[in-house]
Design a protein around this ligand. Structure first.
Ligand code: 6R9
Length: 689
């Protein structure tokens, strides 16, 4: 509809569980509509190293503009991806077919018949030309301390760890769980798994013992790799202790390697192996296990709207190619530049843009071990000055946090090395966008707001700034990457030309996850059933001028707290286990810094019997132990009941509106089973704020 009254406005607002509520409400606190009327910027005019109007893809010299390249990538997708696969990756055996993938028939394979190894692509092939160049810059938690690792040194470390793993019985196809923070050891361990064909399963080292145990058990992982302690923001985090607790619940675990990050002594049990000692005696050359294109490179858990976290499976060739190409072209990376993605390797951003994208391009990549505010909010910018970083890639939450600390911490340091400023994980609001552009980047650097997901393997929407002079509109990721064909669908799952809808991807691309570990049906159900024939992202989006996309936020029951995905069901599940709690509902609410905060409603079995203060403390402690600190609710509101439809569905839409102080738009509450409960919850909420 072109009359401004999008189809979604016709959806009855009383529909309790309809996901399109969220699209209608533009619920993200940081989204402001009308972006197109704001100032626009031209990409790369200040700082591109490339002459104007040449295509950035050297493989296709005849395609002179991005538009031509983009159209070609969709019209001739086999030629496009086949050419890139041969030019950008090193194969031990060439592939015979580019793809048999189709979302209609739900087949997902790429580069059949081919064989390659990801560690060879990330290390060995650079050794001749770049062996002594820095592959990694480890920015340690200790302020001002950084360690450079050359490609040669990385190769040797990977070889030693690979041999150590093989000698202890780890075989191709085995799952190896890694519970480490950012360090050369962690990256080398991931690549060592790739070298011997084992599947790495990195679990963010902020997850609790229970959450870790669940992931180890689901992956049936025999091997766990951790550190005695982790250092974060000057604090010691007892990683080994957490692993000890976790593995008591994991009968599948046979060995635990312990890297000593600090001097702290830890008890070593029967299964424990001192990793530093074990690897030191190994030769640096480790035989490569060539992998079929579709063999699994890694698995990574992420939250879904229901059920346990899902272990997404990524392929060797398709994933690596996609991380490689998007790294190069979303950030316009030139060899010799220093790329600073500050994400943790426990998330997909760490996999694709700390490790696989940069290293497969022969880049110098940062491993940031600390936090944005340690020892003070100038940490990033001091690091930029000292290390002369050319690109920084961070989260909107970190930006909003730093923005609040004032410009002084930024301006104190020289940022003239910076060329591109990236961000990912959540919508980047206008205020943070302007601050990033004007204050951090001195109006000189392009802002690269990238949209993608654990499932997509790499960046799918981004301003594509390697096109000099391309327009950049603030606060939206804007343009689909080459090979990515976007669609919006309506609540019937049909493609629509309306301005708002559920974001889907139409054409297969090589970076897409292939399955959920041990549950392919869940994979098909989650991503390919809501809009048949399309990949369903779970996000709502707004399309401007028929071409530029702004992300509204999740449409399902997944929260995005500081860029970390949390399933509301996971948190409810823990709270429901409290003996005094009868039922709960968890929703997200607008949070100034985190983007979204966790807001929990709890109903007690017997209000008179229980002390709410105590239960609140117990609930928080249960969540911390079973999931981790990042899932802690900011608010727990006790209520005698929850608003439900007559058919018994909890009206989350209303709970969300109350949490967002949007009392005027509660919509039609007449269908509620007990309308009085709304007044109770509103009054209680007002008391709390
Ligand atoms: C890479 C990553 C994916 C979800 C995604 C969306 C949100 C990511 C965004 C963004 C608005 C952006 N998201 N990038 N929302 N603008 N530029 O974050 O993966 O942890 O799987 O999260 O994050 O909601 O669906 P993952």
């Amino acid at each position: 509809r072109r009359d401004g009254k999008g189809k979604y406005n016709d959806v009855p607002s009383s529909c309790a569980t309809c996901s399109f509520d969220l699209i209608m409400s533009d619920r993200h606190p940081n989204i402001q509509s009308g972006s197109t009327s704001r100032p626009r910027y031209s990409a790369g005019v200040h700082n591109s190293r490339r002459p104007r109007s040449t295509t950035p893809f050297p493989e296709f010299p005849d395609l002179k503009t991005h538009e031509e390249l983009y159209n070609f990538s969709l019209d001739y997708s086999e030629t496009f991806w086949g050419t890139l696969a041969r030019s950008r990756l090193t194969w031990s055996k060439d592939f015979t077919t580019v793809t048999d993938s189709s979302f209609e028939t739900k087949t997902f394979g790429w580069f059949h018949g081919g064989e390659l190894n990801a560690s060879v692509n990330c290390i060995d092939r650079h050794l001749n030309e770049r062996g002594e160049e820095p592959a990694l810059i480890w920015e340690k938690d200790e302020p001002g301390e950084s360690v450079f690792y050359s490609y040669r040194k990385l190769s040797e470390t990977v070889g030693q760890i690979g041999n150590m793993l093989k000698n202890s019985g780890v075989k191709a196809g085995d799952r190896v769980t890694i519970y480490l923070s950012n360090s050369p050891t962690a990256v080398a361990t991931m690549l060592a798994c790739a070298r011997i064909g084992a599947i790495h399963n990195v679990v963010f080292a902020g997850f609790s013992a229970n959450a870790l145990a669940a992931r180890i058990n689901d992956a049936q992982s025999e091997t766990v790799i951790t550190a005695n302690t982790i250092l974060r923001g000057g604090k010691l985090i007892p990683a080994k202790k957490t692993v000890d607790e976790a593995v008591t619940h994991c009968p599948c675990v046979r060995r635990v390697f312990v890297h000593f990050r600090t001097e702290v002594e830890v008890p070593m049990g029967k299964m424990d192996i001192n990793m530093d000692k074990a690897m030191a005696s190994e030769p640096v050359d480790c035989t490569v296990e060539n992998r079929g294109s579709e063999d699994t490179l890694f698995m990574l858990y992420t939250s879904g709207s229901t059920g346990a976290p899902k272990g997404l499976i990524h392929s060797t060739a398709g994933y690596l190619l996609y991380a490689n190409v998007t790294f190069k072209h979303a950030f316009d990376y030139n060899i010799g530049e220093k790329f600073g993605c500050v994400a943790d390797i426990g998330w997909i951003t760490g996999h694709s843009y700390v490790l696989y994208g940069p290293l497969s391009n022969g880049a110098t990549t940062l491993l940031f071990e600390s936090t944005p505010q340690y020892p003070d909010p100038g940490r990033y910018w001091e690091m930029v000055e000292r290390l002369k970083l050319n690109h920084i890639y961070l989260s909107p939450t970190a930006l909003r946090l730093l923005l609040k600390s004032g410009d002084g911490y930024v301006k104190k340091y020289n940022r003239s090395s910076l060329r591109k400023l990236g961000c990912v994980g959540e919508p980047l609001n206008h205020e943070a966008w302007e601050w990033y552009h004007k204050v951090v980047g001195e109006g000189r650097c392009d802002i690269i707001d990238t949209w993608w997901q654990t499932e997509t393997g790499g960046i799918c929407i981004s301003p594509r700034p390697s096109e000099v002079g391309a327009e950049i509109i603030p606060a939206m990721p804007m343009r689909p990457m080459p090979g990515i064909s976007l669609a919006l669908v309506d609540n019937q799952g049909k493609e629509t030309d309306a301005e708002k809808g559920a974001l889907c991807i139409k054409k297969p691309w090589p970076g897409l996850a292939r399955s959920i570990y041990g549950n392919h049906d869940r994979f098909l159900q989650t991503y390919f059933s809501n809009a048949p024939g399309l990949y369903y992202t779970g996000d709502g989006a707004h399309r401007y001028n028929n071409s530029h996309f702004q992300i509204i936020g999740r449409m399902d029951d997944v929260l995005n707290v500081s860029g970390h995905r949390l399933g509301t069901a996971e948190i409810e599940d823990v709270m429901d286990d409290h003996p005094d709690v009868s039922e709960t509902a968890v929703i997200g609410f607008p949070h100034d810094i985190k983007g979204e905060g966790v807001y929990a409603y709890a109903v007690l079995k017997d209000e008179r019997k229980s002390s709410k203060k105590e239960i609140e403390i117990e609930l928080k402690s249960m969540i911390k132990t079973r999931i981790g600190g990042l899932a802690l609710p900011e608010i727990i509101l006790f209520t005698p009941s929850l608003p439900r439809t007559r058919s018994g569905k909890i009206m989350r839409r209303i709970l969300r509106k109350i949490a967002a102080n949007d009392f005027e738009n509660l919509g039609d509450t007449s269908t509620l089973a007990d309308p009085d409960v709304i007044k109770f919850i509103v009054d209680k909420h007002k008391e709390l704020f």
